[in-house]
Write a protein that binds this ligand. Structure first.
Ligand code: GTP
Ligand code: MG
Length: 273
């Protein structure tokens, strides 16, 4: 049995799993867990000191799952406490605040911290990750849109949910899918089942959508030098259109990226004599 396979007490029935929460301070990790386990929300910020630990039981199909939840502190100050807790994990709840772009950008650093702590023999392939785009109840301040978050998550083979610990939106669905995926993984011998989402778009498509989103002007968007000819613009456009056409590309954000490319081409052709 692999190192981080769940512990099984009675064949075919109960499982014991370990789940951890990760993400910057104040993104809502503790509140998400509290909302699910205690059905309540506390608006006052009480920073987790090091680690909070809790146990809960859930039912997934015919199995009773005993879940050990380690809710980590996001503050860098607690790194020394956190780093003990990464090993033997079956599921990770990765949280960011949709109103704070830096908390989204930090997700890669969280994965890197976990990878480093697991060491060269640690295997992150047989861990289920769920990304929570949290605080969606505050849409006025939203700075990371759904397609951007979903693209990041799905291109890594992670689950993605939009959540609000305050209103409860998305929380139950997220946990149910998360636990069911951990059981699926266990029943599949520790191998991640090939899901539609992870198999349905390529890294090139995901990278292109991200590049388009971050481009500074229409030239940059089409990937041509300022002052390029009509032919060069059309050639670049055709290449992107083939890659991103909504009939062929189901990556999150592809439709907007395709529209942006069409608009960029129209604007450039107008400006080129
Ligand atoms: P650390 O323990 O320091 O790592 O923070 P955390 O990620 O556990 O954050 P916590 O759950 O303590 O929540 C931080 C603050 O955000 C608190 O004031 C919460 O009330 C608030 N909060 C959490 N989730 C939501 C949400 O979905 N919507 C809104 N509006 N506020 C939220
Ligand atoms: Mg906390």
């Amino acid at each position: 049995m692999e190192a981080n396979m769940p512990k099984r007490k009675e064949p075919g029935k109960s499982l014991r799993i370990k789940v951890i929460s990760m993400g910057n301070a104040e993104v809502g990790k503790s509140c998400i867990i509290k909302r699910y386990c205690e059905k309540r929300f506390v608006s006052k910020y009480l920073a987790t000191i090091g680690i909070d630990y809790g146990v809960t039981k859930v039912q997934v199909r015919d199995r009773e799952i005993k879940v050990n939840i380690f809710d980590m502190a996001g503050h860098p100050f607690f790194y020394e406490v956190r780093n003990e807790f990464y090993k033997d994990t079956q599921g990770v709840i990765l949280v960011y605040d949709v109103g704070q772009k830096d908390t989204f950008d930090a997700l890669d650093a969280w994965l890197a911290e976990m990878k480093q702590e697991l060491g060269p023999h640690g295997n992150m392939e047989n861990i289920v990750f769920v990304v929570c785009a949290n605080k969606i109840d505050c849409p006025k301040h939203r700075s990371v849109d759904e397609s951007e978050g979903r693209l990041w998550a799905e291109s890594k083979g992670f689950l993605y949910f939009e959540t609000s610990a305050q209103t409860g939106e998305g929380i139950n669905e997220m946990f149910q899918t998360f636990y069911a995926s951990i059981v699926d993984l266990f029943e599949n011998g520790g191998k991640r089942p090939i899901t539609n989402s992870s198999a349905s778009f390529t890294k090139e498509q995901a990278d292109t959508i991200r590049r388009i989103r971050n481009s500074k002007d229409s030239w940059d968007m089409l990937g041509v030098k300022p002052g390029a000819s009509r032919d060069e613009v059309n050639k670049a456009y055709r290449k992107l259109a083939v890659l991103l056409h909504p009939d062929k590309c189901v990556a999150p954000g592809s439709e907007d990226a395709f529209k942006a490319v069409v608009n960029a081409r129209t604007a450039l052709l107008k400006s080129i004599k």
